[in-house]
Design a protein around this ligand. Structure first.
Ligand code: NFS
Ligand code: SF4
Length: 655
C-alpha cells in the first residue's frame, strides 16, 4: 500500500472523536498506515466563526461583507443589509440547497416510475400494488375496477405536480391535518411546485430583493414544506411502490458485516435505484461464479449512509456504518469496490480508496469526483453499470495486496417500521389503526414521540450525542422514531432490539413488551422522514391529541447534523408544527430578531419552533419539557401521573 504524507499537524485522540469501536479501531490503523480522514481534517481546520454564524454575505461584488456576533448590531453591509437580512438569506439558501437535493432525488424516482409505467424500462416493476392503490386513493384518484397501469399513469401525472406545478397546492397537501393546512393557507405557505418554490427562494435571496427576515422565512417554510410533503414524500412513496414497503426485518449493522473471504461491495449514497440493480447483479449466478473462480466464497453486498438505510429496511441488506465511517471502512482494506451516487459523498474518499487500491466508482451524472472512476448508471440498462462495477470488484479481490483488518463488531437489530407497519403493529387487527398509540399517549404510558434523525459530524464525538439523547428519551417514556445516520448510531449501540425495552421507562417498557417492539423504531433513510410526517398526521386524525400537528406531544432532533439537507428537514418539521432541536452549532447569531423569529415567533404563528443545544442531556430535557407542556395543554398531564402512581403502587405491592 502506498503511504500518503499526512499534512495535518494536530493528532486526534480516537476515543475523543468517536464512540464507534470499529471506526476507532480503523482510525488507529489509519494512523499506522499514514492515511488521513475527515476526523484529522476537522481537528486541523478551524471553523470560521463568522461563517458559523451566517453573518457574512457574498451575494454581490460590493462585498463580501462580514458582520459578526461581536460587531455592533446596527453594523450593515455595503448595500445596507442588516445582520438579520444576511442571516435569513444565508439560512434560506441552505434550505433551498437541501430541498433541491431531496426533490431532485424524488424527481429521479418519479422519472423511473414514469418509464416503468410506460413500459420503456423493463428492469424494474411495480412491486407493491397495494401501496400504489392506497397512495392513489389518498390523493383522490379512482382505483375501483381500474388496471394497475391506469392507476399508475394517473398517479404519475398527479405527483408530477409536486415539482412542476405553477399554481395550486401540491398533491400531498391532502394528507395534512385540516387545522395545520388552514394555518399554512393563512400564512400563504402551502407549497406550489418545488421548482417554483426553490426558484422564488433563490430570487428573493438575491442582492436587493427580499430584505425582511420574516418575509424571507415565509418562503423558507414554503420551500421546506415542498420538500417534506413533496419531494421527499414522493421519493419515499414511489420507492415503496417500485421496491416494496418496509416491514420489520432483522439486520446486522457495523463494519463486522464485511467478510474477508468474499468480494465486498459497498453502495453508499441515496437513491435506491442503483442499489436495487446492484442487488440483482450480485445474485446473478454467472457473476457469482466469476467471484468463485477468483477464489472468493461469494459476493457480500453491504450498504452505507442513507441508501444503505433504505436497503436495510426494505431488504435486510447489512449496513456497515454511517456518514463518519465511510472513509474509515476503506481502511479495513477489505472493500473491493465502493459505489456511490449522490449526496454525502466525501471527496476525501478518493485519497483513502487510493491508498488501499479500492476502486471508487461514481455512477450519477450529477456527481463525478476527480480521481474516481465514473461508470454512468442508466435506468434503461441498469445492469451495464452495476455488473461492470462488480466485475471490477472481483478483479480487485483477486489482486488484493494490502493487509486486511476487519473490526469484529456486528449488532443485530430490527428495522423497517414504515408508518403502515406501525399502524398494523399497534392496531393488531386486520385494519391497522393509530388508536392504540394515541391511547397509550393519552393514558400516559407513552409520554410522547420523538423523531431523532440526521447526520454524524466530526465536530462532535461520532454517535455519542445521538445515543445519549435517545437513551434519555426512552428512559423518560418517549417513543423514538429514527432515520438515516442516527438510526445506524443507535443500532450500533444495540437499541434497535426488543430487548432494549429494559432501558425504557416503565410505561414505554410495558408497551414495548406487549407489542414485542424496540423502544427505538428505525424507519429508513433521510427522505423517509416523510414517514414521520405521515405518522404525525395520522396521530392527529385518529383523535384525542389535538387538531393540528403543533398540538401533539412530539419533538424532533438532529443532534449531530452537518448538511444543508438537515436544515431543510428541520425547517419543514418546524413549519409542520414540530419543536425541532439541533446540536453541534446553529448558524444564526443569538439575540437577533431573526433568531427570535425562528426560536419563538414561528410558534406564535401556529407553527413549530427551533431549539439548539450541543448537549444531549439538555436536549432531552428541552424536548421532554415541550412534550409535557403539550400534554398539559391537551389536559392529559394528569393521566400520566396516575399511570406512574399505579406503577409505583404495583412495585410496592410486589416488594
Ligand atoms: Ni441525512 Fe445527513 Fe447523509 Fe443521510 Fe447521513 S449524513 S441529512 S442521514 S447519509 S442524508
Ligand atoms: Fe454586501 Fe449587500 Fe452585497 Fe451582501 S448584498 S455582499 S451585504 S453589499
Amino acid at each position: 500500500m502506498e503511504k500518503k504524507k499526512i499534512v495535518s499537524k494536530k493528532e486526534i485522540v480516537t476515543k475523543d472523536v468517536t464512540i464507534c469501536d470499529s471506526t476507532a479501531q480503523m482510525l488507529e490503523k489509519a494512523k499506522r498506515d499514514g492515511v488521513e480522514t475527515a476526523f484529522d481534517r476537522a481537528a486541523n481546520m478551524k471553523a470560521c466563526p463568522i461563517g458559523a454564524n451566517s453573518a457574512c454575505c457574498k451575494h454581490c461584488s460590493m462585498g463580501p461583507c462580514r458582520l459578526n456576533a461581536n460587531a455592533p448590531y446596527d453594523k450593515v453591509g455595503v448595500c445596507g443589509a442588516t445582520i438579520d437580512t444576511i442571516m435569513a438569506r444565508n439560512f434560506a439558501r441552505m434550505v433551498a440547497a437541501g430541498g433541491s437535493a431531496h426533490t431532485d432525488h424524488g424527481m429521479s424516482m418519479l422519472d423511473l416510475f414514469r418509464e416503468v409505467v410506460n413500459g420503456k424500462i423493463l428492469d424494474y416493476e411495480i412491486k407493491d400494488v397495494q401501496k400504489l392503490e392506497s397512495v392513489a386513493q389518498e390523493i383522490g384518484i379512482e382505483t375501483e375496477g381500474r388496471s394497475v397501469k391506469e392507476i399508475a399513469t394517473d398517479l404519475y401525472h398527479e405527483l408530477e405536480r409536486t415539482y412542476i406545478q405553477v399554481e395550486g397546492e401540491i398533491p400531498f397537501a391532502k394528507r395534512v391535518p385540516a387545522k395545520t393546512l388552514e394555518t399554512w393557507r393563512k400564512l400563504g405557505i402551502v407549497p406550489r411546485g418545488a421548482m417554483r418554490e426553490i426558484m422564488e427562494l433563490m430570487h428573493r435571496t438575491h442582492m436587493g430583493v427580499d430584505q425582511h427576515y420574516e418575509n424571507i422565512t415565509k418562503q423558507c417554510s414554503r420551500t421546506a414544506l415542498a420538500d417534506g410533503w413533496g419531494g421527499s414524500m414522493v421519493a419515499t412513496e414511489i420507492a415503496d411502490i417500485l421496491f416494496g414497503t418496509p416491514t420489520p426485518v432483522a439486520v446486522d449493522v457495523d463494519m463486522g458485516v464485511l467478510k474477508e473471504d468474499q468480494v465486498n461491495v459497498i453502495v453508499h449514497g441515496h437513491e435506491p435505484n442503483l442499489f436495487e440493480s446492484m442487488l440483482v447483479s450480485v445474485t446473478d449466478p454467472m457473476i457469482v461464479q466469476k467471484a468463485k473462480d477468483a477464489g472468493a466464497k461469494g459476493i457480500n453486498l453491504v450498504g452505507m449512509c442513507c441508501s444503505g438505510a433504505e436497503m436495510m429496511v426494505r431488504h435486510g441488506i447489512p449496513h456497515a456504518g454511517n456518514f463518519m465511517s465511510t472513509e474509515t471502512v476503506l481502511v479495513t482494506g477489505a472493500v473491493d469496490a465502493m459505489c456511490v451516487d449522490v449526496q454525502c459523498i466525501k471527496q476525501g474518499l478518493v485519497a483513502v480508496a487510493d491508498c488501499y487500491k479500492t476502486p471508487l466508482f461514481t455512477t450519477n451524472p450529477r456527481c463525478h469526483i476527480e480521481g474516481a472512476e465514473h461508470i454512468e448508471f442508466h435506468e434503461h440498462t441498469p445492469r451495464d453499470c452495476t455488473d461492470a462495477m462488480v466485475i471490477k470488484a472481483i478483479h480487485r479481490f483477486k489482486n488484493r495486496t494490502c493487509e486486511i483488518e476487519i473490526p469484529k463488531n456486528t449488532h443485530a437489530g430490527v428495522h423497517g417500521f414504515s408508518h403502515e407497519y406501525i399502524n398494523y403493529m399497534l392496531g393488531g387487527t386486520f385494519r391497522g389503526s393509530y388508536t392504540p398509540l394515541n391511547d397509550n399517549i393519552i393514558n400516559g404510558r407513552i409520554r410522547g414521540v420523538a423523531g431523532v434523525v440526521g447526520c454524524t459530524n466530526p465536530r462532535v464525538k461520532q454517535d455519542w450525542v445521538h445515543v445519549e439523547l435517545v437513551k434519555e428519551l426512552i428512559k423518560n417514556d418517549v417513543l423514538v422514531l429514527q432515520t438515516g445516520c442516527s438510526q445506524i448510531a443507535l443500532a450500533k449501540a444495540g437499541l434497535c432490539t426488543p430487548e432494549a425495552a429494559h432501558l425504557a421507562g416503565s410505561g414505554l417498557k410495558e408497551v414495548c413488551e406487549t407489542v414485542g417492539m424496540p423502544p427505538v423504531l428505525g424507519i429508513g433513510s433521510c427522505v423517509d422522514n416523510s414517514r414521520i410526517l405521515i405518522a404525525a398526521s395520522e396521530m392527529v386524525k385518529t383523535g384525542g391529541l389535538g387538531e393540528s400537528i403543533a398540538d401533539l406531544p412530539v419533538a424532533g432532533a438532529a443532534p449531530e447534523w452537518m448538511s444543508e439537507k438537515a436544515i431543510c428537514i428541520g425547517q419543514y418539521f418546524v413549519a409542520s408544527g414540530v419543536y425541532t432541536v439541533f446540536g453541534v452549532t446553529f448558524p444564526i447569531v443569538e439575540e437577533t430578531k431573526f433568531h427570535r423569529h425562528l426560536f419563538k415567533g414561528l410558534e406564535e404563528q401556529g407553527l413549530g419552533k427551533w431549539g439548539f443545544t450541543p448537549d444531549p442531556y439538555e436536549m432531552a430535557r428541552m424536548m421532554i419539557a415541550h412534550i409535557d407542556a403539550k400534554r398539559k395543554a391537551l389536559g392529559i398531564d394528569k393521566a400520566r401521573e396516575r399511570v406512574l402512581m399505579d406503577m409505583t403502587d404495583r412495585q410496592q405491592l410486589s416488594a
